[in-house]
Design a protein around this ligand. Sequence first.
Ligand code: SF4
Ligand code: SF4
Ligand code: SF4
Length: 344
Amino acid sequence: MIVNKNDFHSFLKKVNNGLGNINEVIVPYRARSDDENPSFHFQRFEENKILFLDFFRTIDPIKILFYLFREKVYPIKNKNLKRVIVGVKACDLKALHLLDKAMLQSGFVDPAYKQWRDNSLIISSDCDYLHETCSCNLVNGHPFPENGFDLNLSVIGGNYFIQIGSERSQEFVELMKKEITVANSTVSDIEIVKANREKVFNRLIEKNNNLTHSGDFSEIRKVEHKSWEEVSEACIGCGACTNICPSCYCLILNDESTDKDFIKVRSYDSCQWYGYARVAGGGTPRPKMTERFRNRYLCKFDYMYKNFGEFGCTGCGRCTEACAAKIDFRQVVKNVSSVAQEVN
Ligand code: SF4
Ligand code: SF4
Ligand code: SF4
């Protein structure tokens, strides 16, 4: 399907105002319009703001819309909310896929997460521009969505090429057809999208050329402590990398019950914090920063790989962007994986 960009934005405006019984539309907006290096935040749709759907991922990870920083998980409040999230990138779709495995498919269903997932229609979009830290290609990803979306948008000049990714998007598509002109796409449209995707992917490969690793982390546990000490030297244990990571989901469950109600509240934890997994009496499994630092990399490339059959990193680059110590996640992965190869 092909729709005109302006028409689509007017349609979103109507949807945001309640069309189709949808309560809200969330889109990426520029965080600071005067900044030479653009950055983006997810925000509620506003009529007069410019939409940038073909850029790269937002500063904030997609999990803030599904797995909130702090959220009451018992008793669960029925949110009765139908929302559409537009401009989600391939790396964040991968993160949702990983969170689904942890929250919905590991034998326990997190009811709050499930409710957000059920109530949200996801309209993803291709990346035509890259952030300095983008590295999805280093973890088997691409700068365009392949699955996990309800609809996907690819820019072709003044139009969007729309791909359908789920059955549940059908209702939304029918609604759109009633409101704006929707044309059939041609073979030439598909060719343009393919060529554009290839061009951006090649740019990404070239950009990360010096950071390429072997992709084999089977021996990462054998990397000696000394190597971890070297790469973690600058780390201050702030936990920014895990809190901003779209696929990190470690949590603290607090009992906030009152005389009348039994209440459980979930909030983010971080394996980079000294108190992580501390037990009564004060014992903590990883008292040294180097051990905690190592744990994050093992979690992404060993534990999650064994549990889920794929890397726990989406290559979004947010941890590198957020790190106060300027530690480049890609560089550490490259260094550690080459040491692991030698051990092997
Ligand atoms: S990491 Fe890949 S998918 Fe994510 S924003 Fe960058 S190019 Fe797009
Ligand atoms: S953001 Fe950087 S300094 Fe902070 S815990 Fe992570 S690696 Fe260490
Ligand atoms: S580890 Fe870093 S690059 Fe990988 S998903 Fe998390 S924030 Fe993104």
